[in-house]
Design a protein. Structure first.
Length: 252
């Protein structure tokens, strides 16, 4: 089983000074444990300050988005090369808020995954169905389509650098997390899809669950061998709950 991975997606929260306070609080509470890997994804503007504080620690740094282009006339965008230069190891790609609020389609997400890999950034590739899709029995076809388009053309060695995050849209920010059974069922389907399309050990791929993860429900989620960690939103903005989730992930 891959090492558990806990990523805090700060979304559009925290100024630079607030980000520094949160990181200092996390560092004061968190005792690094080799059984779990931790990363934070602050907003672009706080990346440099956070990179500086995390440099002597084992905690990883992720960006929340990236442009697929290297450089040029792309106002408002940030390239993979720039994120590498800032010290990011990871980048979240295809988050449902990017897909649904900012119009990112499967093709854009596909290009971003390729660009990130090309520059040595590890994508955290988010997929997930909407409530109406789940209720009409389309969860598996939606997930499969997102995987097919996002991962198209990748080789097995590329895939081994990717973390997949299953984030059902209906569970994000609603306080209504998927049950361990619901998440396990989709994670199993994701692994079967990978086994069917690539010659590799799909068991080695990290598949995180995201959507209303808290210190209260983390233990139940991590009991499933299919759930290799969490992409945490709201609960990562509080040092105590974020560190608690990391500690639960470090337990057997
Ligand atoms: P919440 O944990 O706030 O539901 O957010 C989940 C998420 O979108 C993480 O990327």
């Amino acid at each position: 089983m891959p090492k558990r991975f806990i990523v805090g997606n700060w979304k559009m929260h925290k100024t630079i000074s607030q980000a520094e306070v949160l990181i200092r609080d996390i560092l004061a509470l968190y005792k690094p444990n080799p059984a779990v890997e931790l990363a934070v994804a602050p907003p672009y503007v706080a990346l440099q300050a956070v990179a500086h504080l995390l440099a002597p620690t084992p905690i990883g740094l992720a960006a929340q988005n990236v442009c697929a282009k290297d450089e040029g006339a792309f106002t408002g965008e940030v390239s993979p090369f720039m994120l590498k230069d800032l010290g990011c190891q990871y980048v979240i790609i295809g988050h449902s808020e990017r897909r649904h609020l900012f119009g990112e389609n499967d093709q854009i997400i596909h290009e971003k995954i390729h660009a990130a890999l090309h520059h040595g950034l590890h994508p955290i590739f988010c997929i997930g169905e909407r409530l109406e899709e789940r209720e009409s029995g389309q969860t598996h076809s939606v997930i499969q389509h997102q995987l097919e388009t996002g991962l198209f053309g990748l080789k097995s060695q590329d895939l081994s650098l990717i973390t997949i995050a299953y984030e059902p849209v209906w569970a994000i920010g609603t306080g209504r997390a998927a049950s361990t059974e619901q998440a396990t069922e989709v994670h199993t389907a994701i692994r079967s899809f990978i086994t069917a399309h690539w010659e590799m050990n799909a068991g080695a791929i990290r598949i995180l669950y995201g959507g209303s993860v808290t210190a209260e429900n983390a233990q139940s989620l991590f009991q499933s061998p299919e759930i290799n960690g969490a992409l945490v939103g709201k609960a990562c903005l509080n040092s105590e709950s974020f560190v608690k989730i990391a500690e639960i992930a470090a337990l057997d």
